[in-house]
Design a protein around this ligand. Structure first.
Ligand code: F6P
Length: 409
């Protein structure tokens, strides 16, 4: 039999490691012949754009390099599979691709939107009496998938964000002038990644002095009050803010700083909140103020990735294929944390419908009553996820990335 794997949604540092996990498990399984990669997620299955992975990942070195290469080697998509009744042809096209290439297992690596595809496609295949199995592998830097303790990709993003915020803290305090530095962090409508900056306290940092998450309401007036209070205590105030904080009508000036564009899933591009807050401080306090949007570096800075994250991402990819070979379909693999100290997780499965289109929010009990900080209790959750460094391949003083040849199939 043949199998196929695809990557979907926003990239991470660990999504290629999950693909390597599927690939390695495929190599070990005698009855598996070709391992196809679907180009641009589910779009490759619709338009029959497949890559024979054995022809591009040839050696152990290739696998090691791919494990440490950020982004998606197969490309990605933000494609919402319509309901079958709306567009049966799409499903028929996918089935045709699966049948043409004798694909018996399809592994989809993605986030909550991608699990919607796992639910719909596995449901359709069952309904037409096909035995083809579809299994989801979680991934997202947002860490917002229900059921799983955490998502592959998050640990590396959190390690980069904490490290970079620490460097910004050093830089921000050099002058005698009072200043405010605002760092805008991704995560959509969940604050996990922004909250993870609280880990810096484990290394004796006091900053970020203020942390704002989407899980609480945000008021510009309260923000200004908070900043003034912190300025009375510290010369250089550092603020971490989620891109998706919930602004109320009084703060509607944000629109000026955002593109207003939406993706296929109807998600708004959120960047701009840092600039909005920078303008507020410049107008109302007039001190030195800078906003920094960490932007895509949060999800592609593999030079500082977490070994725990990369290893787990590979492991969960392997498990996904084993689960499909056991005859399961319509499931997503997930991590169950057994203990934080010493850190241990098991890999289990849940119906993908328990995850599809749903968001897991940062726990309210880990947010300070003032809604501007994260409590120490969260530090123990985050720390195990960023442990360990990958021995990055370097050439001419720069990390080496795996490059996919351009040909398809
Ligand atoms: O879902 C992951 C994520 O990186 C979010 O944190 C961010 O808001 C979004 O993707 C950005 O999407 P795009 O890659 O389409 O700009």
């Amino acid at each position: 039999m043949n199998i196929a794997v695809a990557q979907s949604g926003g990239p991470t540092c660990a999504i290629n490691a999950s693909l390597v996990g599927v690939f390695k498990q495929g190599l070990l399984t005698e009855k598996i012949d070709a391992i196809f990669g679907s180009i641009n997620g589910i779009e490759g299955m619709i338009y029959d754009k497949l890559l024979n992975l054995k022809s591009v990942i040839r050696t152990n070195e290739d696998m090691e390099l791919l494990r440490q290469t950020p982004s998606t080697i197969l490309g990605s998509c933000r494609y919402k599979l319509p309901d079958y009744e709306e567009n049966p042809e799409i499903y028929e096209k996918i089935l045709q691709t699966l049948q043409t290439h004798r694909i018996h297992i399809f592994i989809y690596i993605g986030g909550n939107d991608s699990m919607d595809t796992v639910v719909k496609l596995s449901g359709y295949l069952k309904a037409v009496g096909s035995d083809i199995k579809v299994i989801g592998v979680p991934k997202t830097i947002d860490n917002d998938l229900p059921v799983t303790d955490h998502t592959p990709g998050f640990g590396s993003a959190a390690k980069y964000v904490a490290t970079t915020v620490q460097e910004i803290i050093r830089d921000s305090s050099v002058y005698s002038l009072p200043s405010v530095t605002i760092i805008e962090i991704m995560g959509r409508h969940s604050g996990w990644l922004t909250a993870s900056t609280c880990m810096l306290r484990a290394n004796g940092e006091e900053a970020p002095h203020l942390i704002y998450l989407p899980e609480t309401d945000f008021s510009a007036d309260r923000f200004m009050e908070d900043v003034r209070k912190e300025m009375a205590k510290h010369k250089a105030v550092v603020v971490a803010v989620s891109e998706g904080i919930s602004l109320n009508a009084e703060d509607s000036g944000i629109a000026e700083f955002q593109s207003g564009a939406v993706d296929n899933f109807g998600h708004k591009y959120l960047s701009g909140v840092g600039k909005f807050l920078e303008r507020l401080i410049a107008d109302k306090i007039g001190c030195k103020v800078r906003s920094i949007e960490l932007n895509v570096m949060q999800r592609c800075s593999s030079h500082i990735c977490s070994k725990t994250d990369i290893d787990e991402a590979e492991r969960i990819g392997r498990h996904a294929l084993r689960t499909a070979l056991d005859g399961e379909t319509g499931k997503m693999m997930y991590f169950r944390r057994i203990s934080s100290m010493p850190y241990a997780v098991t890999i289990e499965m849940t119906d993908a419908s328990n995850v599809a289109n749903l968001e897991k929010k940062f726990p309210k009990e880990w947010i300070s009553p003032e809604k501007n900080q994260v409590t120490d209790a969260a530090i123990g959750y985050f720390l195990p996820l960023i442990q360990g460094e990958v021995d990055i391949y370097m050439k001419n003083g720069m990390p080496v990335h795996f490059h996919r040849p351009l040909q398809v199939r």
